[in-house]
Design a protein around this ligand. Sequence first.
Ligand code: GLY
Ligand code: MN
Ligand code: MN
Length: 486
Amino acid sequence: MQTANNTPATISTPGVAPASDETTSEEPRGTSNRSTTPASSQFQDFIGSNWADRVDELPAPREQAAFAAGRRARLSAAFAGSRLVIPAGALKQRSNDTDYPYRAHSAFAHLTGWGADAEPDSILVLEPNNDGHDATLYFRERADRTSNEFYANPAIGEFWIGARPSLAQVAADLGLATAHIDAFETTDADRTVEKDAELTTFLSELRLVKDEYEIAQMRLAVDATARGFDDVIADFPRITTHTRGERAVEGVFYTRARLDGNAVGYDTIAASGPHACILHWTRNDGPVSPGDLMLLDAGVEVDSLYTADITRTLPANGRFTDVQRAVYEAVREAADAAFAIVRPGIIFRDVHAEAMKVIAKHTAAWGMLPVTAEKSLEPENQFHRRYMVHGTSHHLGIDVHDCAAARREMYHDGEVREGMVFTIEPGLYFQPDDLSVPAEFRGIGVRIEDDILVTATGAEDLSAGIPRTADEVEAWIRRLSPSTDG
Ligand code: GLY
Ligand code: MN
Ligand code: MN
């Protein structure tokens, strides 16, 4: 686009940064060229009056309140004398006056117990006192009906997005002192906060070992994810005849999540045929064709924000070919070998090393490596990693890639401890144009991903109930989708 004087014209792109200002101001985002709510004082008087009193039932503290208090106590002990500010974060603008679905910062959710129902722009403050900290949760309490916000502000008004809770309700619900966000903004916003990086690291490491509440939530998320996988398989006849079968897979999984009242913890990867070789394929616009493998990597997120992260690779017509089966079972052998060593006291990276021994063994046997498996496993070689460039495990919890700011010595090089939850997810991906592999392997991608809880003496595969072996997978498809048969 050019203007008359020949200077290039640009469009104003508000981007995402100002979204918080826009969404928290009393002024709605510009829609002045559309119909607006009347603004006369007569109208304001009329709409602001004749409302029944609000009757606020104070809830009993939610189950996670006591756990969140325990986490705050550990934080307080680690940062004696420091003022700590943990923001929930703002809405993020998608386009114009639409935003992405809101999700509070994971550390904020962990320390408050406020999950899917957290209010945007809330802030948790730990103010040092003589023997620890006073915790206060600042948030935008619902507006009074005499303000015009509640009926005229599409971004935050009660008529538009629903009523926000009162300070008293949230205080009772979360077992936390609450105050209006304006009190933070006028008295606290400019005060310096120290130890930002150190705080971020601490809050990530605080989540490395899950408590009993978190483990129970992870079990719920895994069970809900299993139902989504079942629904996808039951819908195979429709999925495999749909021009965008991958999207149908994503939709069916999401539908189950929503029907159960849940969300998803990350964008579903529904990758069929050669798309399965693309690790984070989320475009999901291809078909699911008979003869292909469909890799489904999906996880339900429950209200507390804990998510599962599970992958199964399924033959679209219900039967693995010989080559597909060989690749699948090699990956399963790698997953089982990794799982077998998990117990408190091992080093996290040893889980990956164990899986790699199996991956190197099979890729060498298939003639894909320029050296033996043993040579390939030497640190300077690693040729087998051409077919699995990702790691085998990551921590899992409120974030799908949980504890991401933990120090390397606490994570990759850290000791595995009881109560940790992480994935085991080896894979083999033979790109369709990879001339280093025999032709019959090209275009096959397999990943098997399970969610593992470390117990006192070993490990529990939380997702073991979802069929895993090639035989189990075929039987699963036969059972739920009997008309799908090779
Ligand atoms: N779903 C992403 C991953 O498996 O890490
Ligand atoms: Mn994963
Ligand atoms: Mn995954």
